[in-house]
Design a protein around this ligand. Sequence first.
Ligand SMILES: [Zn+2]
Length: 162
Amino acid sequence: MESGFLPKSIDPERAADQGLEFAGALDPAPLARLREVAADDAATISGRFAFHRDEEGRAVMEGSAEASLPLICQRCADLFLFEARAVWRRVFALSEADERGLAEKGLDVCYHNGPLDVAELVEEELILALPMAPRHPEGCEPIQRPAAGAHPFAGLAELLKR
Ligand SMILES: [Zn+2]
């Protein structure tokens, strides 16, 4: 088990051959897409990867990532730290036909050669794990009126969401 920071890239075929595991932190600064959906930079991001081969000889990646992300609560419009957690299992197909067959079974599959960009992968999985309408986990007071300078219909849009 390697720790510290996650590697920048991982070759899934080589990692599967060696049964490698990686765990560590990821620098949130270069993750521009995540910053667009979050209200600010993520406080912390950590990830874990484990590789093996299935009975058919395909490389399999099991991964998870956790991040504390500042989001705007859709109920009270305050900032709060959302504890995002993403878990995934991806199979690397042996051919395009193999990829189609596995996709039909509903598996997360890709037919891919070459190294994986770790930051890009973790960013994508975390974005998928975010709620459509983030809210404080415990009760908070709903906003009664739009803040000064807000679009006049912003409050109406909030009402329609409920
Ligand atoms: Zn709230």
